[in-house]
Design a protein around this ligand. Sequence first.
Ligand SMILES: [Zn+2]
Ligand SMILES: [Zn+2]
Length: 255
Amino acid sequence: MRAAVFDSRSNKPGNWVSIEDLPRPQPQSGEVLLKVMACGVCRTDLHIVEGDLPPIRPRIVPGHQIVGEVVAGAIPGLPLGTRAGVSWMGGVDGDCWFCSHDMENLCDHPVFTGYSVNGGYAEYASVRADFAIPLPAGLDDSHVAPLLCAGIITFAPSGKVVVSALSALRKGGVVAINAIHLDQMPAFDYDKLLWGERQIRSVANMTRQDARDFLALAKDLNFRPRVVPFSLEDSNKALEAVKHETEDGSAVIVL
Ligand SMILES: [Zn+2]
Ligand SMILES: [Zn+2]
């Protein structure tokens, strides 16, 4: 299969991934094989290929907003042909303190799609069946892909933006930061910006239920994000577009 591979040992800026011919993954027990139709390109992917996030594996296929069709490893909830989505959260251990308290989004041993396991910049992806979410009809592949990110709200990963968001907050409001990587936050004035029970907090990940709820809502509201399609061969261009924010819409690799 064709796949875009990031190799942390031979990485060149702007030429982060190379298109390679890889063996089609074999679904292991508990996994389904998806034939990928679309995969959103997220700022987190850029943090991975630029080394802001340290590599977990020397070589990885990025991509964690996967829309695909089940072609092997089908289970009752995911029969062959089901269209399913996979997000950044590709699995949890199920038995840490957080998992056993309904906070799997904070799991101590998570699997990250496109970071700790291969993701969706590829023709096929083998993913944990219990983290593949059947997608509602009515939202087409490329438009549903950007909705699958853990960070449904895009937030520029700059400390300065956090401070300006704080200054726009009413009393008791919360600035939620979902950037996975944030540069330094400048010093700010406590009396003006934080007094009045304003809060700054981070948002790490969503739970599977959050994803299901959100997708159902997106369907009901007929929510269609603006997307800019790229071919798999143009994965570097897609990453470049995210880096420089040159496109008016979410970059999506369409296969
Ligand atoms: Zn856990
Ligand atoms: Zn993301």
